[in-house]
Ligand binder design. Structure first.
Ligand code: OOB
Length: 580
């Protein structure tokens, strides 16, 4: 028997005792002011295109070309645009039968498997909103996304990276009242937790029309994650109009064409891989995306050779690893035309090594999931490509560089370092359901406070020099100091915790936690504290690299923990050890 979308879903699929209807997504979204929206439409940035239109266009123009190559639970897959669309439609129909409705949020917690692309377009076809988790996230983060977004379902894999995602998802689903389904991309013989459904069991004959086919282009299409500076990552609502503008413009800046073969080496759900120009830019251009199961040079070089990859995107530590490995690889990398490096600062020295080592041009990308993306252009002079993080996508990206210590936010003199504020046709005006945080993260006139320290060169290029935000950038993976501190504070023998970034040759920064134990009790060991954080179910990259137990913290004039003093003490300590 087939069910209609209007019928209640099978509550038996997940063991949640009480289910609850999610509230509509529009609530909790700060819209673009009508005059700004009007201006962005008049300028031709917002074209009314939706994600369903994006795929329609690719199918119409490039139906028989290869869209996606990758290895998933059912082995290697190679789908044309027509095949990808048929799969997405069929899956959308199956999800609708289960009661997943337009506007519902669905946590997508998938590694780089081809099914990722199928699931994302199925949700767009359905008018449901993906919430893009990273594969490295663990129960603590996924539970929060599901709760905060009032997700209806979680889509994940079985065992991956020595972790049972399906079991964790089922446990989360049981505790979050809106979540009714756990859908698992797994081979038919995988043992699944009670109630979970396999993706293949949901595939139906592709219907001709689906609700997402006439989604409102001004509506929110998905929720992306912020790196975060406080507590857990914030959710970022992006509309069809704003995001697809950044995708089309990025594809043009990066010179994509049907001949592009893009290697998705970083997690597919990260904004860089998704849209800068990423796999969506590739769909726009009718090229091919090759999903790398791991970003390591062995895996990626094999794929570059086998698939004749022309474009790849990595974070700086990976670029360094690729440069080293390229010296002795037997692989033919000659197809690679451009290597994009972004997510964290690419040191000029590393930038210099990339073109000769990989036989590819370098493109620096300085972006953020909240919106603004800067690129060095492919025809920029070498010194600009080496030493700057490029220019914004849009002539209507507004940039202000202000004094970080001045509450009035006075602009600094041209060329000086200051805090970057931005507003524009694809930068959000507020995080999702975060009124309090929005009041400090955005100015009254709608500029986003990026938390980055930058200067603008005479030629208008951005150079990132640091940050004002309490965020550690561990090789492109963003860690909110406060989130890790909260996990440490949950330990019964800990009274205070402060997490700071320490310079690291390979990662740019790594994490160091200072911990004050409860007096007169035996202090927990650093190893025990690291284990404690990991066991709380957080992404491994957030577990402090080093932990130090101290008696007390230095404080600022107003009695706040002085992170600056902690960083200085740590730097002195490391230098004294001959380990700067
Ligand atoms: C990208 O996005 P997020 O949201 O993970 O992180 C954004 C933050 C920026 O505010 C900045 O602090 C840092 O990451 N960042 C860079 C950088 N690219 C990002 N810092 C220095 N140099 C760079 N090239 O990381 C992201 C989103 C889209 C495209 C590329 C990266």
């Amino acid at each position: 028997m087939t069910r209609s979308a209007a019928e209640p879903a099978l509550t038996s699929t997940v063991t949640s005792a009480v289910t609850r209807e999610p509230r509509p997504v529009a609530e909790g979204v700060v819209p673009y002011p009508p005059e700004a929206a009007e201006r962005y439409r008049a300028a031709g940035y917002w074209t009314g295109q939706t994600f369903a239109d994006l795929l329609d266009g690719a199918v119409a123009r490039h139906g028989d070309r290869t869209a996606v190559v990758g290895t998933g639970p059912s082995g290697e897959q190679r789908w044309t645009y027509a095949e990808l669309d048929a799969r997405a439609r069929g899956l959308a129909a199956g999800l609708a039968e289960q009661g997943v409705a337009p506007g519902d949020r669905v946590v997508v917690w998938l590694p780089n498997v081809p099914e990722y692309v199928e699931v994302v377009f199925a949700l767009f076809r359905l008018g449901a909103l993906p919430v893009f988790a990273l594969p490295a996230h663990r129960a603590s983060e996924i539970r929060y996304f599901a709760e905060h977004a009032e997700a209806r379902a979680i889509v994940t894999v079985g065992r991956h990276d020595r972790f049972d995602h399906a079991a964790a998802a089922a446990q989360i689903a049981a505790g979050v009242p809106t979540v009714r389904h756990v859908v698992v991309a797994a081979s038919a013989d995988t043992e699944l937790p009670g109630g979970a459904l396999t993706l293949s069991s949901l595939r139906r004959t592709p219907p001709d029309t689906l609700p997402g086919d006439d989604a409102d282009p001004a509506s929110v299409a998905f929720l992306q994650l912020s790196g975060g500076t406080t507590g857990l990552p914030k959710l970022i609502p992006r509309t069809h109009d704003d995001y697809l503008y950044s995708v089309r413009a990025s594809a043009e800046i990066c010179g994509l064409s049907p001949a592009t073969v893009y290697l998705a080496a970083l997690p597919a759900s990260h904004n860089f891989t998704m849209s800068s120009p990423g796999l969506l830019g590739v769909v726009h251009a009718g090229g091919t995306t090759v999903l790398a199961p791991s970003p390591d040079p062995d895996t990626c070089f094999r794929l570059i050779e086998a698939e004749r990859v022309t474009l790849a995107a990595v974070v700086p530590p990976l670029a360094a690893a690729w440069v080293q490995a390229a010296e002795r690889t037997p692989r033919d990398l000659s197809s690679l035309e451009v290597l994009q490096v972004g997510g964290a600062k690419c040191a000029p020295e590393l930038a210099r090594k990339i073109p000769p080592a990989l036989g590819a041009r370098l493109q620096q990308v300085f972006g953020m999931a909240e919106g603004l993306v800067n690129y060095t252009r492919l025809d920029d002079p070498e010194d600009v490509v080496r030493e700057t993080q490029g220019r914004p996508i849009s002539p209507d990206d507004e940039i202000r560089v202000v004094d970080p210590d001045d509450a009035g936010e006075r602009e600094v003199a041209p060329g000086e370092v200051g805090a970057l504020l931005t507003r524009g046709p694809y930068t959000i005006r507020g995080y999702y359901r975060a009124d309090e945080h929005n009041a400090s993260a955005f100015t009254e006139d709608g500029f986003y406070r990026t938390g980055d320290l930058v200067r603008i060169t005479d030629h208008g290029d951005v150079v990132v020099s640091g940050r004002v935000k309490e965020q550690i950038n561990r090789g492109g993976e963003k860690i909110a100091a406060e989130e890790v501190e909260n996990h440490l504070l949950a330990h019964p023998d800990v009274v205070d915790a402060a997490v700071v970034g320490v310079p690291d040759d390979f990662l740019g920064e790594r994490t160091h936690a200072f911990v004050v134990p409860v007096p007169e009790r035996e202090a927990p060991t650093p190893a025990a504290l690291r284990r404690f954080v990991r066991d709380r179910g957080v992404a491994a990259y957030k577990v402090p690299d080093t932990v130090e137990v101290v008696e007390a913290f230095p404080v600022t004039g107003v009695g706040k923990t002085s992170r600056r003093a902690l960083r200085t003490a740590l730097a002195e300590h490391l230098t004294a050890e001959g380990n700067p």
